[in-house]
Design a protein around this ligand. Structure first.
Ligand SMILES: NC(=O)c1ccc[n+]([C@@H]2O[C@H](COP(=O)([O-])OP(=O)(O)OC[C@H]3O[C@@H](n4cnc5c(N)ncnc54)[C@H](OP(=O)(O)O)[C@@H]3O)[C@@H](O)[C@H]2O)c1
Length: 236
């Protein structure tokens, strides 16, 4: 995997940060993006301390312009994007009745539209080169009915459906699309009470990151399409 360029969105904390660490350990050049620059700088410093290559770009996936600029800068710096990981995501943990239009727009625009735009900005180059890989960090919510997650579930199910269709369109260019559906992972997405309460049941972000590396390391002829990863004691 030496010198493969991996762009990870939402890599300032949680699963995204651990994806950066694990892909770096696996020998990849890691590009991290998110809105909080100071956190990104910390991630890159940690990687560079281990004498590996990494870069940070502030990128808000709610903004098409921000995504376009980021994709362009990565290509200018490294020439290629071998793997895009659509990881940036938000949720609200509210019942349907409590969910406001603002929540709907934020969740759908971050999780679904944001991923759509990132894919749009890497795909032309992947098609030209006839290679590339896109991994979407979805959730078990994409295919499981959970309370207080209706719009989040819709955003993840939407991206699952979109990716499944896209996969059929890009197989002919040797482009792989993989969907990762994790159950509960202990990250800042959960409030501190839930993290404390379920700490022993939740998976660690490194667990998910290590599996993502394995997905990317498969032989050219092998594609892990969808993978569900749950806490061994089940959903929370
Ligand atoms: N934790 C779980 O139990 C769990 C389970 C299944 C799936 N997931 C999925 O895993 C992914 C990562 O979540 P996490 O659990 O690691 O939570 P997290 O620590 O809150 O990470 C979310 C990341 O998304 C970024 N982000 C949010 N809005 C953004 C925007 N508009 N533009 C760019 N980046 C944005 C955040 O960075 P900034 O705030 O710095 O922008 C942060 O780096 C999400 O897609 C989530 O749905 C999580």
């Amino acid at each position: 995997m030496d010198s493969k360029v991996v762009w990870i969105t939402g890599a300032s904390t949680g699963i995204g940060k651990e994806l950066a660490m694990e892909f770096s350990k696996a020998g990849c050049i890691v590009v991290v993006s998110a809105r909080r620059k100071s956190r990104l700088v910390r991630v890159v410093s940690e990687i560079k301390f281990a004498e590996r290559e990494a870069s940070a770009f502030v990128c808000n996936v709610l903004s098409e312009r921000s995504i376009q600029i980021t994709a362009k800068r990565i290509r200018e710096k490294y020439g290629n994007i071998d793997l895009l990981i659509n990881n940036a995501g938000v949720t609200a943990f509210k019942s349907f009745m409590e969910t406001k239009t603002f929540d709907y727009d934020l969740i759908m625009n971050t999780n679904l539209r944001g991923a759509f735009l990132c894919i749009k900005n890497v795909l032309p180059q992947m098609i030209r080169k006839k290679k590339g890989h896109i991994i979407n960090v979805l959730s078990v919510a994409a295919n499981t009915a959970l309370e207080n997650s209706s719009v989040y579930a819709a955003s993840k199910a939407g991206l699952l459906a979109m990716s499944n269709c896209l996969r059929e369109e890009v197989r002919r260019y040797n482009i792989k699309i993989s969907n990762l559906l994790p159950g509960a992972v202990e990250t800042p997405m959960w409030d501190s009470r839930s993290r404390q309460r379920y700490k022993n049941r939740m998976m660690n972000p490194e667990d998910i990151a290590k599996i993502a590396v394995q997905i990317f390391q498969q032989p050219k002829k092998v594609l892990i399409e969808d993978i569900v990863i749950k806490p061994s004691k089940g959903n929370i």
